[in-house]
Design a protein around this ligand. Structure first.
Ligand SMILES: O=P(O)(O)OC[C@H]1O[C@H](OP(=O)(O)OP(=O)(O)O)[C@H](O)[C@@H]1O
Ligand code: HPA
Ligand SMILES: [Mg+2]
Length: 178
């Protein structure tokens, strides 16, 4: 598995520190608002579990599974909801937790869905942002790192469902997917 990685962009320790900083900021900004923190599966599962431990106020969590990449390194452009939320977002301060914003298609679709369901507010926290590939206008409220235009894996992110368990974020060797 490690042989397929061209370079490590951020180590496990780098990410730990960044997640702690994001958590401190969110703790201040969401104090008294009982946020509903929504993990976008599968990619965000590791970031979500590390992040909520660093948000030191009462909150609730829920999960939504969506997919648009499948076995490819390019978005299909069609966002499919595979698992919906268990609770209503009506009147709630929602914090969406994403691993990465790339084309932005997944998030712009989700924000639309949650606003139509009458959330009181919709805020986005992403660990990684790849603005070079944006197909729609979209800016996260909170972000960890800006990434170059390369396909990355690890810390929850996959290629064809593999590499999610790497503890760091790295660039996949192009020969693995081409
Ligand atoms: O900004 P975009 O171009 O829409 O890309 C970002 C989305 O793509 C990935 O999910 P994917 O569809 O691969 O599902 P997964 O989380 O199960 O890997 C990632 O986890 C984000 O949700
Ligand atoms: O660079 C990426 N890696 C893994 N999954 C992704 N989904 C969007 N962009 C990426
Ligand atoms: Mg994926």
């Amino acid at each position: 598995m490690l042989n397929d990685i061209e370079k490590v962009l951020y180590s496990e320790e780098d990410i730990r520190q960044k997640v702690k900083e994001l958590g401190e900021q969110l703790t201040k900004d969401f104090a008294g608002r009982n946020p509903l923190v929504i993990c976008i599966l599968k990619g965000a599962f590791i970031f979500m579990s590390d992040l909520v431990k660093e948000i030191k106020i009462p909150l609730e969590i829920d999960f939504m599974a969506v997919s648009s990449y499948g076995q490819s390194t390019k978005s299909s452009g069609v966002v499919k909801i595979i698992k919906d939320l268990d609770v209503s977002v009506e009147g709630r301060n929602v914090l969406i937790v994403e691993d990465i914003i790339d084309s932005g298609l997944t998030l712009s679709y989700l924000i639309d869905v949650l606003e139509h369901r009458n959330a009181a507010s919709v805020t986005v926290a992403t660990l990684f942002d790849k603005p070079a590939r944006r197909a729609v206008e979209l800016q996260p409220h909170y972000k960890g790192y800006t990434l170059p235009d390369e396909f990355v894996v690890g810390y929850g992110l996959d290629y064809a469902e593999k590499y999610r368990n790497l503890p760091f974020i790295g660039v996949l060797k192009p020969e693995v997917y081409s």
